[in-house]
Design a protein around this ligand. Structure first.
Ligand code: NAD
Length: 246
């Protein structure tokens, strides 16, 4: 795979799956802008990208802010010279059974996990449509496909991302833009380190290949979906879950 001369935005690229994707894209030669609330951690990742001989840019932003997303996209194009790939990845969970869930828990998750993805898609789509090329990769979850106990808000947001992916793929296909989603199963990151041991044990029972996934497992698929090798794939949801969903 060769991504030399291409530029990417990775939201939530300061940690976990997003950091692994940012580093993987740089490993294939891309310039990468990391958009994250946590600027210190984002700068660490962009520093590692610079050490690899690529351009890394760290930008502090909240993906749920629509106007800021437009400014960030413009800043990335001005700084990196182009925008060719968007990886929507930043996400949160605020778990609770539906009969106890607060309005705030619901709104926070939908605002970041779904509207945040729309915000960056909206601004990248305008650029990609104009240049008649581009790649969008949306990180969803197997819990958006099957629903998860205690995660009505999270499951709804991730199911929404799948609808966003498919509709955007239809709209942008004729402009040479591929739009796909990756649905990870359990991947060991900061998000999952907070999960109770019982949740991890149950997931491990479900994962047929018998190991907890790593961020790099997702990153390799994201890089493939950002590359020319996947030019005839669009509107797809690819599970990276060691068979957890089966
Ligand atoms: N870890 C898993 O098991 C798993 C499984 C399926 C899907 N996912 C999805 O993968 C994605 C990445 O998850 P992770 O496990 O790497 O999480 P993580 O918590 O390690 O990283 C998430 C990153 O997003 C950033 N972020 C959060 N809210 C933001 C906002 N409003 N604006 C900008 N940045 C923000 C955080 O600062 C952090 O750097 C998420 O969308 C998550 O839902 C994770």
């Amino acid at each position: 795979m060769n991504l030399k001369g291409k530029s990417a935005i990775v939201t939530g690229g300061a940690s976990g799956i997003g950091a692994a994707i940012a580093l993987k894209l740089a490993g294939y030669g891309a310039s990468v802008a990391i958009i994250d609330l946590n600027i210190k951690a984002a700068e660490k990742v962009s520093g590692r990208i610079e050490e690899m001989g690529c351009i890394g840019l760290a930008v502090q932003a909240d993906i749920s802010d629509f106007e800021e997303a437009g400014r960030v996209a413009g800043h990335v194009v001005d700084t990196l010279g182009s925008l060719d790939m968007l990886v929507n990845n930043a996400g949160i969970n605020r778990d609770g059974v539906v009969w106890k869930m607060t309005e705030e828990q619901w709104d926070d998750v939908l605002r970041i996990n779904l509207k945040g993805y729309f915000n960056y898609t909206r601004h990248a789509a305008a650029i990609f449509r104009g240049q008649k090329s581009g790649k969008i990769v949306n990180v969803t979850s197997i819990n958006g496909l099957r629903g998860k106990f205690g995660q009505t808000n999270y499951s709804a947001s991730k199911a929404g991302v799948i609808g966003l992916t498919k509709a955007t793929a239809r709209e942008l296909g004729k402009y040479g833009v591929n739009v796909n989603a990756i649905a990870p199963g359990l991947i060991m990151t900061e998000m999952m380190k907070q999960a109770p041991q019982s949740v991890l044990d149950k997931a491990l029972e479900e994962i047929v290949i018998g190991r907890i996934g790593r961020p790099e497992d997702v990153a390799e698929v994201a890089a493939f979906l950002c590359s020319g090798l996947s030019r005839h794939i669009t509107g797809e949801v690819i599970k990276v879950d060691g068979g957890q969903y089966i």
